[in-house]
Design a protein around this ligand. Structure first.
Ligand code: ADE
Length: 237
Protein backbone atom coordinates (compact mmCIF):
# COMPACT_ATOMS: atom_id res chain seq x y z
CA UNK A 1 0.00 0.00 0.00
CA UNK A 2 1.14 3.55 0.72
CA UNK A 3 -0.39 6.80 -0.47
CA UNK A 4 0.78 9.35 -3.08
CA UNK A 5 2.47 11.20 -0.21
CA UNK A 6 3.59 8.44 2.17
CA UNK A 7 5.36 5.19 1.29
CA UNK A 8 5.09 3.61 4.77
CA UNK A 9 3.47 0.18 4.82
CA UNK A 10 0.43 -0.47 7.01
CA UNK A 11 1.65 -1.18 10.54
CA UNK A 12 4.83 0.87 10.11
CA UNK A 13 3.31 3.97 11.70
CA UNK A 14 2.58 4.19 15.44
CA UNK A 15 -0.80 5.15 16.94
CA UNK A 16 0.78 8.39 18.18
CA UNK A 17 2.56 10.68 15.72
CA UNK A 18 4.62 13.74 16.64
CA UNK A 19 4.65 16.28 13.79
CA UNK A 20 7.27 18.98 13.52
CA UNK A 21 7.03 21.16 10.41
CA UNK A 22 10.64 20.56 9.40
CA UNK A 23 11.82 17.14 8.12
CA UNK A 24 15.29 17.76 9.58
CA UNK A 25 13.74 18.27 13.00
CA UNK A 26 11.92 14.94 12.60
CA UNK A 27 15.29 13.35 11.84
CA UNK A 28 16.94 15.11 14.81
CA UNK A 29 14.26 13.83 17.21
CA UNK A 30 14.44 10.29 15.86
CA UNK A 31 18.23 10.12 15.98
CA UNK A 32 18.64 11.75 19.40
CA UNK A 33 15.63 10.52 21.36
CA UNK A 34 14.24 7.30 19.88
CA UNK A 35 15.57 3.74 19.95
CA UNK A 36 14.93 1.00 17.35
CA UNK A 37 14.45 3.71 14.72
CA UNK A 38 13.31 2.96 11.17
CA UNK A 39 12.82 5.46 8.35
CA UNK A 40 9.38 4.47 7.02
CA UNK A 41 8.79 7.19 4.42
CA UNK A 42 10.74 9.95 2.70
CA UNK A 43 8.40 10.91 -0.13
CA UNK A 44 9.18 14.55 -1.06
CA UNK A 45 11.82 14.47 1.72
CA UNK A 46 9.00 14.50 4.29
CA UNK A 47 10.72 12.08 6.65
CA UNK A 48 8.72 9.71 8.83
CA UNK A 49 10.63 7.73 11.46
CA UNK A 50 9.11 5.10 13.71
CA UNK A 51 10.93 4.08 16.88
CA UNK A 52 10.50 3.70 20.62
CA UNK A 53 10.52 6.14 23.51
CA UNK A 54 10.46 4.67 27.04
CA UNK A 55 9.40 1.38 25.47
CA UNK A 56 6.39 2.85 23.64
CA UNK A 57 6.19 3.01 19.84
CA UNK A 58 6.02 6.50 18.38
CA UNK A 59 6.32 7.97 14.88
CA UNK A 60 7.89 11.36 14.18
CA UNK A 61 6.82 12.68 10.79
CA UNK A 62 7.21 16.15 9.30
CA UNK A 63 4.12 18.10 8.22
CA UNK A 64 5.74 20.64 5.91
CA UNK A 65 4.61 24.26 6.19
CA UNK A 66 1.06 25.55 6.09
CA UNK A 67 -2.46 24.17 6.29
CA UNK A 68 -2.69 22.44 2.87
CA UNK A 69 0.45 20.47 3.69
CA UNK A 70 -0.45 19.34 7.23
CA UNK A 71 -4.00 18.79 5.93
CA UNK A 72 -2.78 16.13 3.48
CA UNK A 73 -0.41 14.29 5.82
CA UNK A 74 -2.69 14.30 8.85
CA UNK A 75 -5.73 13.15 6.82
CA UNK A 76 -3.79 10.20 5.42
CA UNK A 77 -2.31 9.29 8.81
CA UNK A 78 -5.77 9.24 10.40
CA UNK A 79 -7.58 7.47 7.55
CA UNK A 80 -4.96 5.16 5.98
CA UNK A 81 -2.65 4.29 8.87
CA UNK A 82 -4.94 3.97 11.91
CA UNK A 83 -3.26 6.86 13.72
CA UNK A 84 -5.20 7.94 16.83
CA UNK A 85 -3.24 10.96 18.13
CA UNK A 86 -1.22 13.62 16.34
CA UNK A 87 0.72 16.15 18.38
CA UNK A 88 2.09 19.00 16.32
CA UNK A 89 5.38 20.35 17.68
CA UNK A 90 6.12 23.66 16.02
CA UNK A 91 7.32 27.20 16.37
CA UNK A 92 5.32 30.40 16.77
CA UNK A 93 5.70 34.17 16.81
CA UNK A 94 4.45 35.93 19.97
CA UNK A 95 1.71 38.59 19.67
CA UNK A 96 1.41 39.14 23.45
CA UNK A 97 3.87 40.35 26.03
CA UNK A 98 3.04 37.36 28.23
CA UNK A 99 4.79 34.96 25.82
CA UNK A 100 8.59 35.17 25.86
CA UNK A 101 11.20 33.72 23.50
CA UNK A 102 11.55 29.92 24.06
CA UNK A 103 8.34 29.59 26.11
CA UNK A 104 6.51 26.32 25.46
CA UNK A 105 2.87 27.02 24.58
CA UNK A 106 -0.04 24.56 24.43
CA UNK A 107 -2.80 25.56 22.00
CA UNK A 108 -6.11 25.50 23.84
CA UNK A 109 -8.07 27.21 21.04
CA UNK A 110 -7.14 28.27 17.52
CA UNK A 111 -8.56 31.14 15.46
CA UNK A 112 -7.98 31.41 11.71
CA UNK A 113 -9.08 33.41 8.67
CA UNK A 114 -8.46 30.24 6.64
CA UNK A 115 -11.14 28.68 4.41
CA UNK A 116 -9.74 25.19 5.09
CA UNK A 117 -12.80 23.95 7.00
CA UNK A 118 -15.26 25.49 4.58
CA UNK A 119 -13.52 23.88 1.61
CA UNK A 120 -13.00 20.54 3.36
CA UNK A 121 -16.56 19.87 4.58
CA UNK A 122 -18.52 23.14 4.61
CA UNK A 123 -17.63 23.95 8.22
CA UNK A 124 -17.48 27.76 8.39
CA UNK A 125 -16.40 28.06 12.05
CA UNK A 126 -13.30 30.19 12.50
CA UNK A 127 -12.29 28.58 15.81
CA UNK A 128 -11.03 25.00 16.13
CA UNK A 129 -10.16 23.10 19.28
CA UNK A 130 -7.58 20.48 20.22
CA UNK A 131 -8.66 17.33 22.04
CA UNK A 132 -9.17 18.32 25.70
CA UNK A 133 -8.11 14.93 27.09
CA UNK A 134 -4.91 14.95 25.07
CA UNK A 135 -4.21 18.50 26.27
CA UNK A 136 -4.63 17.28 29.84
CA UNK A 137 -2.10 14.49 29.27
CA UNK A 138 0.33 17.04 27.78
CA UNK A 139 -0.01 19.26 30.87
CA UNK A 140 0.65 16.24 33.11
CA UNK A 141 3.67 15.33 30.98
CA UNK A 142 4.96 18.90 31.39
CA UNK A 143 4.63 18.55 35.18
CA UNK A 144 6.44 15.21 35.15
CA UNK A 145 9.30 16.71 33.11
CA UNK A 146 9.44 19.85 35.27
CA UNK A 147 8.86 21.97 32.15
CA UNK A 148 6.38 24.85 32.21
CA UNK A 149 3.70 24.53 29.51
CA UNK A 150 1.60 27.67 28.96
CA UNK A 151 -1.95 27.18 27.60
CA UNK A 152 -2.95 29.94 25.16
CA UNK A 153 -5.29 30.79 22.30
CA UNK A 154 -3.32 30.85 19.05
CA UNK A 155 -3.68 32.15 15.47
CA UNK A 156 -3.19 29.81 12.50
CA UNK A 157 -2.33 32.05 9.58
CA UNK A 158 -2.49 31.27 5.86
CA UNK A 159 0.08 33.96 5.10
CA UNK A 160 3.61 34.52 6.43
CA UNK A 161 4.33 37.72 4.48
CA UNK A 162 1.44 40.18 4.31
CA UNK A 163 1.32 43.68 2.80
CA UNK A 164 0.87 46.85 4.86
CA UNK A 165 -2.77 47.76 5.48
CA UNK A 166 -3.84 44.29 6.56
CA UNK A 167 -4.77 43.68 10.23
CA UNK A 168 -1.69 44.16 12.41
CA UNK A 169 -0.75 41.63 15.07
CA UNK A 170 -2.08 44.07 17.68
CA UNK A 171 -5.45 44.14 15.91
CA UNK A 172 -5.60 40.35 15.62
CA UNK A 173 -4.72 40.00 19.31
CA UNK A 174 -7.34 42.61 20.28
CA UNK A 175 -10.09 41.14 18.07
CA UNK A 176 -9.51 37.43 18.57
CA UNK A 177 -7.34 37.05 21.70
CA UNK A 178 -4.73 34.97 19.85
CA UNK A 179 -1.41 35.32 21.70
CA UNK A 180 0.88 33.81 19.06
CA UNK A 181 0.89 32.80 15.40
CA UNK A 182 1.77 29.61 13.53
CA UNK A 183 0.43 28.15 10.29
CA UNK A 184 -0.88 24.60 10.72
CA UNK A 185 -3.02 23.82 13.78
CA UNK A 186 -6.38 24.96 12.37
CA UNK A 187 -6.26 22.31 9.62
CA UNK A 188 -4.92 19.62 11.95
CA UNK A 189 -7.66 20.24 14.53
CA UNK A 190 -10.30 20.34 11.78
CA UNK A 191 -9.23 16.98 10.32
CA UNK A 192 -9.09 15.36 13.76
CA UNK A 193 -12.62 16.54 14.55
CA UNK A 194 -14.04 15.40 11.20
CA UNK A 195 -12.43 11.98 11.56
CA UNK A 196 -13.12 11.43 15.28
CA UNK A 197 -9.40 11.44 16.21
CA UNK A 198 -7.28 13.37 18.71
CA UNK A 199 -4.94 16.26 17.94
CA UNK A 200 -2.99 18.81 19.96
CA UNK A 201 -0.30 21.39 19.35
CA UNK A 202 2.78 22.37 21.34
CA UNK A 203 4.69 25.44 20.19
CA UNK A 204 8.01 27.01 21.10
CA UNK A 205 8.11 30.78 20.78
CA UNK A 206 10.82 31.44 18.18
CA UNK A 207 10.20 35.14 17.57
CA UNK A 208 8.34 38.05 19.12
CA UNK A 209 6.31 40.64 17.22
CA UNK A 210 6.53 42.84 20.34
CA UNK A 211 10.29 42.89 20.95
CA UNK A 212 11.49 41.93 17.46
CA UNK A 213 13.67 39.16 18.98
CA UNK A 214 14.35 36.08 16.85
CA UNK A 215 15.95 32.81 17.91
CA UNK A 216 18.99 31.73 15.90
CA UNK A 217 19.00 28.29 14.29
CA UNK A 218 21.24 26.91 17.09
CA UNK A 219 19.14 28.50 19.84
CA UNK A 220 15.99 27.08 18.28
CA UNK A 221 17.40 23.56 18.28
CA UNK A 222 18.38 23.87 21.94
CA UNK A 223 15.10 25.45 23.08
CA UNK A 224 13.01 22.99 21.13
CA UNK A 225 14.45 20.25 23.36
CA UNK A 226 12.01 21.18 26.14
CA UNK A 227 9.00 20.89 23.85
CA UNK A 228 10.27 17.58 22.43
CA UNK A 229 10.68 16.15 25.94
CA UNK A 230 7.09 17.03 26.82
CA UNK A 231 5.76 15.66 23.52
CA UNK A 232 7.74 12.40 23.84
CA UNK A 233 6.68 11.95 27.46
CA UNK A 234 3.05 12.42 26.33
CA UNK A 235 3.50 9.80 23.61
CA UNK A 236 4.75 7.36 26.25
CA UNK A 237 1.79 8.03 28.62
N1 ADE B 1 6.23 30.35 13.19
C1 ADE B 1 7.22 30.91 13.89
N2 ADE B 1 7.20 32.22 13.79
C2 ADE B 1 6.15 32.52 12.98
C3 ADE B 1 5.61 33.70 12.50
N3 ADE B 1 6.18 34.85 12.82
N4 ADE B 1 4.54 33.65 11.70
C4 ADE B 1 4.00 32.47 11.37
N5 ADE B 1 4.46 31.30 11.80
C5 ADE B 1 5.52 31.33 12.60
Amino acid sequence: MGTPHNSAMPGEIAKTVLMPGDPLRAEFIAKNWLTDVKLVSKVRNIYAFTGKFEGKEVTVMASGMGMPSIGIYSYELFTQYGVERIIRIGSAGAYSERLKLYDVVLAEECWSESSFGQTQNGDTSDIKYPDPELNQVILEAGNKCGIEVIPAKIHSSDVFYSEPGMDSFQEIYAKHGSECVEMESFALFHNAKVLGKKAACLLTISDSFITGEKATVEERQEAFGNMMKVALKTAAM
